[in-house]
Design a protein around this ligand. Sequence first.
Ligand code: 5RP
Length: 228
Amino acid sequence: MDGLKRQAAAQALEHVQDGMKLGLGTGSTARHFVELLGERVAGGMKVIGVPTSEATRAQAEACNIPLTTLDEVDRLDLTVDGADEVDPALNLIKGGGGALLREKIVAAASDRMIVIADDTKWVDVLGRFPLPVEVIPFGLAATQRAMAAAFAQSGVSGQMGLRKGRDGHVFVTDGGHWIVDAHLGRIADAPRLAGLLSLIPGVVEHGLFIGLASTAVLAGAQGIRVVE
Ligand code: 5RP
């Protein structure tokens, strides 16, 4: 699987041109992209990146990729990031790695977003992967009740669980928030659910990326498939 992730990352790298301002994604697939980009930078390519997590920042710095922030640049030319699920409309579930808030801010500030993944991430309908929802710790139970109501209104239901880290403690995001993972099964109307979740005060952001991705590069045993 790691080889497929690297192939997808290498294919996305072909879309990077000298002088571009790039959003740098988070996760094991995006990690390949950052590493390959670092090799291009070492070879003289001039780009500047905005990392979507502290982990990606550390990796990009180690690769000597020049970094900036969204306070210093207006728009980004391209973001390259992984995903937990991709559907035929190029709507995504993201946040398995816990970086969904910065990932969405960076993707929304980009002219294009290329999703890189192995082809196991391709689904007909989003929802097999638990939907990550980043929440404020204050009032968690009230937020979860509101989330359950939003699920019911959009025709889905399922268990919710507060994400724990490997150390068994509550997972804390780069923004200091918590993540509730919602096991929903099939999300028939993802845009509707996305809109409803965005209305809940305790929800900082959710992992439904609707209309943000322009291209998906999916690597599988039969080769690479590009969906636009
Ligand atoms: C992190 C993400 C990742 O892009 C997503 O979890 C995919 O990760 P990986 O490439 O390791 O499968 O959304 O928040």
